[in-house]
Ligand binder design. Sequence first.
Ligand code: AMP
Ligand code: MG
Length: 327
Amino acid sequence: MAVILGIESTAHTFGVAVVRNGKILSNVKSSYKTGEGGIIPMDAARHHRENKEKIYSESLLLSGIKEEDIDAIAVSQGPGLAPCLLQGMGFAKELSEKLKRPIVPVNHCIAHLEIGRITGAKDPVMLYASGANTQIIAYASEKFRVFGETLDIGAGNFIDTFARYAGIGFPGGPEIEKLALESGCKLIKLPYKVKGMDIALSGILTNLKQKLESGEYRLQDLAFSLQETVFAMLVEVAERAMAHTEKKELLLGGGVACNKRLQSMCRTMCEERGARLFCPENQFLVDNAGMIAYLGEIMFKSGIKKNPGDVDIKPRERTDDVKVTWR
Ligand code: AMP
Ligand code: MG
């Protein structure tokens, strides 16, 4: 029996969760939002600092677990924005010292993949499309390998930047999805940028901005065309990774995967190749501490325990840098 506290703070979200034996007892978060403009890292960090105690107390209360029953503190160590990561890591170290419990440092991207186990996914290819990250990840030869990724910006940042340009605040994804539904399926031709297994989004962003500026297109139609084009690119590379690895499961992760149109395109692709689609509920798709505690428990049970002095943030840690000893 193990009780693990998880802390997430890589970007806009500060979250605390409690997991006991693979069961998520609480998953509480507060997300930094803006009326207009994108994330300012120092402001997001301030949001985390101001909310951490409250989120921690709420999460503990909801879980019904007492502080002294926590066996270890799992924390998202990277990748992410350094000022934000420092808030989570600092808090984890404080708790570790106070409670005399070890720290389990967790890679955020791998946590998105491993939380897929609660949906039944065993050995999936993951399409991970979040704000800052967009990768196709699968486990092969003792590592989580990146089969394809964005060459420039993450799919969420891409959508948010276009939305911001169109006068929509952060996060822009849900609003773009709504606008797309009002389009009446009017497809405007946009550049389609798949390069081998990778995708590139900044050229499409420029093209979309120019089209919006020209005044010749409705925002609804641009939103619709953005989704159709960019999601097709994501599905194409995910499918190629499935073909190459001969895996029969596709798992979705990241906030962009909340998008119903992306989910439906993935479902169609999986049906056509006799594969299964796994999509965690939204609270586990977006950044959350539940997945950190969940993977933290698996790692803790495999023997990974660190002293506070031996862990630090890793803002640029890559998925394939992590030595996987728990699979
Ligand atoms: P994450 O970084 O994983 O927490 O995801 C946040 C990103 O997901 C932001 O860029 C959001 O704009 C994006 N997002 C959230 N909901 C949707 C949606 N329904 N459609 C597209 N993108 C979304
Ligand atoms: Mg994420």
